[in-house]
Design a protein around this ligand. Sequence first.
Ligand code: AP5
Length: 225
Amino acid sequence: MRLILLGPPGVGKGTQAVRVAGRFGVPHVSTGDLLRAALASRTEIGLTAKKFMEAGELVPDSVVLDLIRGRLGEPDAAGGFILDGFPRNAAQAESLGVLLEEIGGAVEAVVALEASDEALIARLSGRFSCPACNRVYNVHSNPPRRSGVCDEDSSELLQRSDDAEDVVRNRLRVYREQTEPLIAYYDARGLLARVAGAGEVGEITLRIERAVEEVRDRGSDAAAP
Ligand code: AP5
């Protein structure tokens, strides 16, 4: 399965990508996680990305494309992947198409998760994540068993600096201007399904799985003689 999860900050891409990746047996590939790991290791890529991420702006395409080319070339991605946070503009979408042609394969489905801005801002203000295993929590909807501590590895949970409200508002603006047009881009290619991102997490996973099946069925109907 080669699936893209599209959607605004806080809509639940990461939460759902982990679950859907488990169901399909493919890796979850998040450019945000890759960039945060590069930043934590103080690599050149991480240091270049820092100021863009802190401001809620997109990191330059060349940097992100290098990361994604490396990650999708790893053996565990040969059978497919769930992309979360990539592509994020038209140039990245075009580059992804070229890269997949080079390594063999194509995007099979794109799920656009949707929620209101009010819900997104409320979710991001309550998000905490584990710096060791990347597990994501929410003080309102999905708290850890022990306050401030990861259930998996007992690391101290952290709040992302780009979850400050002014940065969130800029991330939403950038999403509307640069990423949202990809919904029409993939719709025109017959790959898109829209899924409501509000509700219980497990129910949304089922909606995504059903949506992926619908896109696949549409593809096989179109291919039928
Ligand atoms: P990135 O890390 O990709 O952030 P994002 O797209 O803004 O998305 P988020 O991670 O904030 O949210 P999410 O949709 O994954 O929601 P989550 O599941 O955590 O990117 C960060 C930055 O990196 C960018 O701003 C940019 O600078 C740079 N970057 C990354 N990719 C790039 C690219 N391709 N090009 C250029 N720059 C790039 O859920 C949010 C919260 O809600 C959690 O607390 C969760 O527990 C909770 N929650 C989830 N589902 C529900 C539910 N159904 N009900 C209630 N609460 C829920």
